[in-house]
Design a protein around this ligand. Structure first.
Ligand code: B12
Ligand code: SF4
Length: 670
């Protein structure tokens, strides 16, 4: 279905941009639409993330890529020698060419069709095919990489220099898609884009530039958790640079911002006086260049409305049936964990709030009726146990038949009996932020839980028939080998009652307690790379080198993780086997809570030979090129991540990397 016709000239458009999970619609824009519609303000929501997948898998796109890949491969293959950068590209081209033989459109259809989706071998094949599509894109758009939650440069973080180069050289794989969409669009008065994940950064700025070109008079605005992080934690110049692309940025929640801004825009571009009064809005005075921020505002959830997904074609998502996100709470009632920078918690203004249970049940009922789905993901930081119990009871009392999944904090109140109540109220899968199973590390993290509590609460859920997932990670500052091993040992010991797990690696999150008070955690200094203007990837050093693991210890932990993993079917977002994904939920409902607790058979290989029958033998040895690239990257990163005492930054950025490539090739850049 196309909604082009439905969009009126002078209307307000909200866009969810690529690259993000295409298996279900994200909740932010439907939430805003539901709220605004309740106040008589019409906006149109478009999910260009999911629509982009149809474009990327279309025969015409693949055909165009095939031509480009073959031509470039033949060109490089005809050379006597290649620069390092060309070698890197060449290797990716050679790897991508054989992958082009697949019918990617058919793979999308397999994800949407019930028979093939629930057939593990067929599903695995379709999932691998989608990953192959990303490998092809990495060759066509070298040096950029893409997936359902990635859109980045080989090594450099996004800064404005890299963004400019990406935009000016028209390197987005979606350039043609955007231009088609914009050419068909009646001129909007307002376009708001949701920048939720880091993986959406390049396409957001790309789109903003195009929107400016197509609709110069339109008011452009960004909102969402990721842009909030960029503004709050980025370098001082960041806000001004973002405002070179857009007219406004919404920090935190956007309901009131749009409720007040959109009627003003209908009367023409509002003057500064008026803009200044709009809550959560950052804008710049066109005359003085001064940047202003409106008053802070937090939504009272009793005033919220059910998300309105009606603009979206739910059959486009890569799943055989729809599953919708709903956010019954905002904020976290605990809000103490050392590593957590979730959402807007650290701003202090974003306290824990709940939609009244009766209202939430009515919202779920309305969505079930309107969109024909019984599956929901309760998309929020956390639900309080009391809320979860009342919600489950109210669902039972209302006779609603819905199934849901969510994240819960481990709490003593989750007794066997109450877990059975949650099951009867439709809860089928839960993810716990277990993080560590070492008492000392849990204390350091301010988790407020013990290994014994984790063990018993998990069992209560599992025994009630609810699938349980443990989210753990290693490497929290202060954690040593023994503590890391305690986490893996407990995962191993509880294996029969843990249905999914992940062992991640600690990453310092901007806005977290550790980032704000590093000295409490034995951290000496936090720094950034020169290219990380948004300060999204903090680097840190620990006092006395921290608790460094030796090679033997590291390989012992790796071995333990590999052994545990081999007993499960694990995968990354957004596929079946990852925690809290739509696909995993459908498999859990269909095959039961242990479906991922054993490895699945490998999908059949469907690969064919290179090219469209016209195979050119690689002139350059691919394995040797790979080793050379790895050696270069290792050496490069070692230096590029070292702090430069003069600048206070590690030198890694796009220009620095390009210069290193040129030096490595003896100064020659073709
Ligand atoms: C639930 C959740 C998930 C769920 C569901 C996500 C999904 N379906 O895509 C699961 C568990 C699957 C998940 C996964 C991941 N998540 Co997550 N997740 C969240 C969480 C806890 C809540 C999101 C939510 O539902 N909020 C409720 C809605 C209503 O609020 P909202 O989206 O913020 O929208 C409001 C405002 O932002 C604003 N707004 C939003 N857009 C716009 C646009 C305009 C124009 C305006 C005016 C306003 C506006 O108004 C809205 C209404 O008030 C947030 C933390 C948080 N509290 O934000 C992290 C968060 C969004 N996730 C994050 C991350 C990193 C991930 C992962 C990449 C983790 C990983 N390493 O794999 C994956 C990737 C998923 C993917 N899509 O590719 C980051 C994103 C930032 C970043 N660093 O990229 C967050 C912010 C947490 C954090 N601080 O680290 N996640
Ligand atoms: S990790 Fe979870 S429980 Fe801890 S503060 Fe963050 S959202 Fe709250």
């Amino acid at each position: 279905m196309s909604n082009h016709d439905a969009f009126p000239a002078g209307g307000s458009l909200l866009i969810y941009p690529p690259f993000a999970d295409p298996t279900w619609p994200y909740v932010s824009l439907p939430t805003l639409k539901g709220y605004l519609r309740g106040r008589g303000i019409e906006v149109t929501v478009r999910d260009w993330n999911v629509e982009a997948f149809s474009f990327l898998t279309a025969a015409s796109t693949i055909g165009e890529w095939r031509q480009r890949l073959e031509a470039r491969y033949a060109e490089l293959n005809g050379r006597d020698s290649l620069t390092l950068e060309e070698q890197m590209e060449y290797r990716r081209l050679a790897k991508a060419l054989p992958l082009l033989q697949q019918d990617f459109w058919a793979l999308l259809a397999m994800m949407r069709e019930e028979g093939s989706f629930y057939d593990r071998a067929a599903y695995g094949g379709a999932r691998d095919g989608m990953e192959d599509l990303f490998r092809i894109m990495e060759a066509v758009y070298f040096p950029f990489r893409f997936s359902c939650n990635r859109a980045d440069h080989l090594v450099a973080p996004w800064d404005f220099r890299l963004l400019d180069s990406y935009i000016e050289n028209r390197q987005s794989p979606l350039d043609r898609f955007y231009r088609q969409q914009l050419a068909e669009l009646a001129a909007p008065r307002f376009v708001g884009i949701s920048l939720t994940f880091i993986s959406q950064i390049p396409e957001v700025f790309y789109l903003c530039r195009l929107l400016r070109e197509f609709f110069p008079g339109c008011f452009l605005m960004l909102g969402g958790p990721c842009v909030d992080l960029m503004v709050r934690h980025g370098r001082p110049e960041v806000v001004g640079r973002i405002l070179d692309y857009v007219d406004g940025i919404t920090l935190q929640e956007g309901e009131k911002t749009l409720e007040q801004l959109l009627p003003l825009l209908a009367e023409g571009i509002p003057d500064l006086e008026k803009l200044l009064t709009i809550p959560n809005l950052i804008s710049r005075d066109t005359l003085s260049g001064i940047i202003h921020q409106g008053p802070t505002w937090v939504l009272d959830l009793t005033e919220s409305a059910a998300p309105d997904y009606s603009d979206l074609d739910l059959s486009l998502y890569l799943a055989p049936s729809p599953m919708l996100l709903y956010s019954p709470t905002r904020g976290c009632y605990w809000n103490k964990c050392s590593f957590c920078g979730y959402g807007f918690n650290q701003s202090g203004a974003h306290s824990y709030r709940e939609i009244p249970v009766q209202q939430a049940v009515a919202d779920l009922g309305r969505m079930q009726e309107q969109f024909g789905t019984s599956n929901f993901y309760l998309s929020c930081d956390v639900l309080s146990p009391d809320y979860a119990f009342r919600l489950a009871q109210a669902i039972i009392d209302s006779g609603l038949e819905v199934y849901w999944s969510t994240d819960l904090r481990i709490e003593a109140s989750y007794t066997p009996e109450r877990c059975r109540l949650l099951y009867r109220g439709g809860l089928r899968a839960v993810a716990f932020g277990v993080e560590s199973c070492a008492p000392a590390v849990l204390r350091l993290m301010h988790k407020g839980i013990t290994p014994e509590r984790i063990r018993s609460v998990n069992r209560h859920f599992h025994q009630a028939g609810i699938s349980t997932a443990w989210m753990t990670f290693l490497g929290h500052p202060g954690e040593g080998f023994v503590e890391a091993q305690a986490t893996l040992d407990m995962l191993g010991a509880e294996r029969k009652v843990v249905d999914q797990f992940i062992v991640g690696t600690f990453g310092l999150t901007p806005g977290s307690r550790i980032a704000c008070r590093p000295e409490e955690f034995g951290i000496n200094a936090i720094s950034y790379t020169a290219g990380d203007v948004f300060n999204l990837f903090p680097l840190y050093t620990q006092r006395n080198g921290g608790t460094h693991l030796n090679d033997l210890q590291s390989s012992q932990l790796d071995g333990q993780i590999a052994d545990l993993s081999s007993r499960y079917q694990l995968d990354h977002y957004p596929w079946a086997g990852a925690i809290s994904t739509h696909h995993s939920f459908l498999y859990l409902l269909r095959y039961g809570q242990r479906v991922f607790a054993k490895a699945w058979p490998q999908p059949q290989k469907r690969r064919q030979k290179a090219g469209s029958g016209r195979k050119i033998r690689p002139r350059f040895p691919l394995a040797a090129l790979h080793r050379q690239e790895e050696r270069f990257m290792g050496r490069y990163l070692e230096g590029a991540l070292q702090l430069d005492s003069e600048t206070g930054l590690a030198p890694l950025c796009f220009d620095h990397f390009q210069a290193a490539l040129t030096r490595e090739s003896g100064g020659s850049k073709r």
